[in-house]
Design a protein around this ligand. Structure first.
Ligand SMILES: [Fe+2]
Length: 242
């Protein structure tokens, strides 16, 4: 070994070795701490991930429990009802596409004709929306005969056959159309709620859109019943007096 001496002639070999050894131990200490801190960070990160997953699972399970306790239903049972109701309204809307032109042909009030024509166009859109909801569910769109809508349509046909053309028939058409609207409002309201409960938010939005249209149509028909039809009826009475 080469013995090194400082400018005063003292042996500096051992202090140098001692410093090197200290540095080596210190580096090992630093390195170990870095490794430990990194491991600690990874551990904490994993813990957080596990915590998040547990919380999410807990929330999901809580939602399922909440759903079951509120409705007394399992989510899969609610899904069966949702699909069934969707098939029902799909059939109903398709039938309305055939019946609305007949109502338009029998109506006299220009405002009523426009309202029905507007709703016919909306109904086409509503059918497309239902098909979109089926797509979201990963199902092929299919219809199931709706007994209630069949009855309402039959009633509407009966009114048009029996009433005289003019304000009387218009009032009858409005009455039949509003009954149909109320059935649709009830159905879309239920479907929107089912979709929300099942957390199918994009389907819930589409159904909400249709629900708003049905409500607007119903309000418009109510307005026509009060204004257009009554005004025409009043005018007829006035003509008779003159
Ligand atoms: Fe509709």
């Amino acid at each position: 070994m080469v013995i090194q001496k400082n400018s005063y002639g003292n042996d500096v070999t051992f202090p140098v070795i001692s410093v090197i050894l200290k540095l080596w131990h210190w580096n090992k200490f630093v390195l170990r701490n870095i490794i430990l801190s990194k491991t600690h960070l990874i551990f904490i990160k994993n813990l957080k991930a596990i915590d998040m997953k547990t919380k999410t699972n807990w929330r999901f399970n809580a939602n399922k429990e909440e759903m079951s306790s509120n409705l007394g239903l399992h989510p899969s049972q609610l899904m069966v009802l949702f699909e069934d109701e969707l098939k029902d309204i799909y059939w109903a809307e398709k039938e309305l596409i055939k019946e609305l032109p007949k109502m338009i042909n029998n109506a006299s009030s220009q405002e009523l004709i426009e309202a029905l024509e507007n709703h016919l166009a909306q109904t086409q859109e509503q059918i497309s929306r239902i098909e979109h909801v089926f797509e979201i569910l990963g199902k092929k769109a299919s219809a199931k005969k709706c007994e209630a809508m069949e009855g309402l349509i039959r009633e509407g046909k009966g009114i048009m056959e029996e009433c005289e053309e003019g304000p009387m028939c218009d009032a009858g058409i409005i009455s039949a159309a509003q009954k149909i609207e109320h059935y649709e409002i009830a159905t879309y309201g239920t479907l929107r709620q089912f979709a929300q409960t099942l957390r199918i938010n994009n389907a819930a939005e589409l159904l909400e859109q249709t629900l708003s249209e049905e409500k607007a149509t119903d309000e418009n028909l109510s307005r026509l019943a009060v204004t257009a039809i009554n005004v025409e009826a009043d005018l007829e009475e006035s003509d008779e007096v003159i």
